[in-house]
Design a binder for this molecule. Structure first.
Ligand SMILES: CC(C)=CCC/C(C)=C/CC/C(C)=C/CC/C(C)=C/[C@@H]1[C@@H](COP(=O)(O)OP(=O)(O)O)[C@]1(C)CC/C=C(\C)CC/C=C(\C)CCC=C(C)C
Length: 594
């Protein structure tokens, strides 16, 4: 009996596990814990027969004086623990690097593109076959090596065992294995492999475990590291990462296609995951995938705060929030970028008509599709067609359009004067409630829909009230940030009563939106924003666990723009105050840790 192998864990495998757990804790979800538990179970169950065979055939051995004693199928307890801790550590690394990834956009239909803009997907089946062929050749080569029972035996056994599982994972999830960003796959494979190679070198040199002479090739990658050991760590980490990729691929399919999978529990059963993966790719809804791709691209380009916040949401709620953002953004842009008030009004009417027919139950989808295809530019269409109107009420959208209509009241008079719809603070509140309070309401309706069992009707009302106020706070920050940008298009949202109080006129602000008096008014807007924010933010803590942290991130990332505006040396991009990336990540991190 000895403690040498146990000490390897105490010194080298448990500390990274603790560090990674602490880092990942604020990001962790119930689904992540389920994923890791699932992977550990599969890893332990699939490795036991193989490892036991190696030990019984004396391919590798553990001197009795280095292990404590208890064994399962001849495998020492320390070795069994190694399967668990390696899977745990590599899984956490994978989860950390893949957190920002929005998985549904990596699903491919494997059909020729439906329209010229569509992605070329037909070659994917060829990639699948190519990978399967390669893995079949590796398994065959492994079998040949093992047959001789000589120096290539250990190498051959690794190739047969890992090749078979890789074949299964590749066949199920090759789209994601190839398509996901390399940071999601290569880093969590290579980092722990290198680390374990170094640890293994110490262990082999000290004789903690021994690879028997007659079953190894005898090639060292560096002094003390057998090539078989390096390959073993490489393939086991690859298996863990590909297993997680397959899990994410299955969840992405389940979450992206509510028509195919109407009810998906928060922790889908293994059977459901397999069903999702074996569902033929030709059945996927290509318009849905393209719509999701458009929505993510739009969010990434247009709002760095909400893009970061979106990573903190999960599953179908994350998808629906992206689609809601996409719709609001397209509406705001088409109306704002119109060349005249008359054109802007036409867009508002088109959106209004679209909403009317979408909420008209008979054949709503078909009629709305025809209308959108005829009336809206191609790059805006998916934002309308994918809007989840089934579980969002129409009133907030109509109010949002009323808010956009208020913008049309800004105009330049021929005599040189300007008109503003924001006479007093009351008008500013009304405007903010319409353009942002409504967004908060819609946002929360999505939360209620996806977490309906855990929120009562009375709670819903309280959330809607506080959420609406929070929307107003964010809009005040938005206005404080954009005083100069708005002035360029002939608008100033500062109430006329405030301007007059400072001896300013609307024309003067639009002409020169700078100076101490403007800064004073900017501060006043921010004071109001933070006052409302303070009133409303406590309610976030009563939201369901699964959304609380993410909601804080969304609100805090935006309010941070307000905090930056209060410091005089803020960073400006395209004429707007912006929060540097590192700072944004720190704010999100703190919001998750609260
Ligand atoms: C995580 C994620 C993907 C969130 C998406 C949020 C979303 C749907 C935002 C809509 C954005 C949008 C384009 C709306 C059109 C009207 C508008 C311009 C509103 C202003 C947004 C600012 O966006 P941006 O800076 O990109 O706009 P411009 O470049 O100036 O055009 C607003 C400031 C409104 C944003 C309001 C919210 C997101 C609601 C906030 C409230 C909550 C999160 C609820 C909090 C809950 C409780 C219980 C307090």
């Amino acid at each position: 009996m000895g403690f040498e192998y146990a000490l390897v864990h105490v010194k080298y495998t448990i500390p990274p596990g603790i560090i990674l757990s602490l880092i990942y804790r604020p990001l962790s979800t119930k689904l992540d814990i389920y994923k890791i538990a699932f992977l550990i179970t599969v890893a332990v169950v699939s490795t036991i027969p193989w490892d036991s065979y190696l030990i019984r055939n004396r391919v590798w051995t553990y001197p009795p004086n280095v292990v404590i004693g208890p064994k399962l199928f001849d495998i020492p307890a320390e070795e069994l623990f190694f399967f668990v801790i390696q899977t745990y550590n590599t899984s956490l690394l994978y989860l950390l690097f893949s957190k920002p990834t929005f998985h549904p956009i990596y699903i491919r239909t494997e059909r020729p593109p439906a329209h010229p803009r569509g992605p070329r997907n037909a070659q994917w089946r060829f990639y699948k076959l190519l990978g399967q062929l390669l893995l079949a050749m590796i398994i065959k080569a492994g079998l040949d090596m093992v047959r001789g029972r000589g120096r290539t035996m250990y190498m051959g056994l690794i190739m047969i065992w890992a090749g078979s599982f890789l074949m299964l994972l590749w066949s199920l999830a090759y789209q994601f294995i190839i398509g996901l960003p390399l940071s999601n796959t290569i880093i969590p494979i290579i980092l722990p492999t290198l680390y374990l190679c170094v640890v293994d070198t110490f262990a082999l040199k000290r004789g903690t475990w021994v690879i028997e002479g007659g079953t190894k090739i005898g090639f060292h990658l560096w002094d003390g590291l057998e090539i078989e050991e390096a390959l073993f760590f490489l393939v086991t980490n690859t298996l863990i990462v590909f297993g997680l990729v397959a899990f994410d691929n299955a969840c992405a399919i389940l979450h992206a296609f509510p028509d195919m999978f109407p009810n998906v529990p928060s922790l889908p059963s293994p059977l459901m995951l397999v069903k999702a993966l074996i569902n033929p790719a030709s059945r996927y809804d290509e318009e849905r995938i393209n719509g999701l791709q458009d929505a993510v691209d739009r969010l990434r380009r247009k709002s760095r705060s909400f893009y970061l916040a979106s990573a903190a949401f999960q599953g179908r709620l994350r998808i629906d929030l992206l689609l809601l953002y996409s719709f609001c953004r397209v509406a705001d842009d088409l109306i704002d970028n119109a060349t005249s008030a008359a054109e802007a009004r036409i867009w508002i009417e088109k959106f209004r008509y679209f909403l009317d027919i979408s909420y008209e139950p008979s054949q709503a989808k078909i009629v709305a599709k025809e209308y959108v295809e005829a009336q809206f530019p191609p790059d805006a269409q998916s934002a309308l067609l994918q809007l989840p109107t089934e579980y969002l009420s129409p009133e907030p959208f109509n109010d949002l359009l009323r808010g956009f209509e208020m913008d049309l009241a800004f105009s330049k008079l021929q005599i040189g004067g300007c008109i503003s719809p924001i006479e007093a603070e009351f008008d500013l509140d009304l405007y903010a409630r319409r353009v942002a309070g409504t967004v908060a309401e819609l946002y929360l309706e999505l939360v209620f829909y996806h977490y309906r069992s855990s929120i009562s009707n009375e709670e819903e009302q309280l959330f809607l009230q506080a959420g609406g106020r929070m929307g107003v706070a964010l809009q005040y920050v938005n206005i404080a940030r954009d005083i100069s940008v708005d002035a360029k298009i002939g608008r100033a949202y500062l109430p006329l009563t405030w301007l007059h109080g400072e001896g300013l006129t609307l024309e003067a602000v639009i002409k020169n939106p700078q100076g101490t008096r403007i800064e004073k008014l900017r501060s006043r807007l921010l004071d109001r924003a933070f006052e409302i924010y303070e009133e409303a933010r406590g309610t976030i803590e009563d939201l369901p666990d699964e959304v609380r942290g993410a909601m804080r991130v969304a609100v805090e990332s935006y309010m941070e723009i307000g905090r930056a505006l209060r410091q005089e040396d803020y960073e400006v991009k395209a004429g707007r105050a912006t929060v540097p990336k590192l700072k944004r990540v720190r704010v999100a991190w703190q919001a998750l840790n609260k």
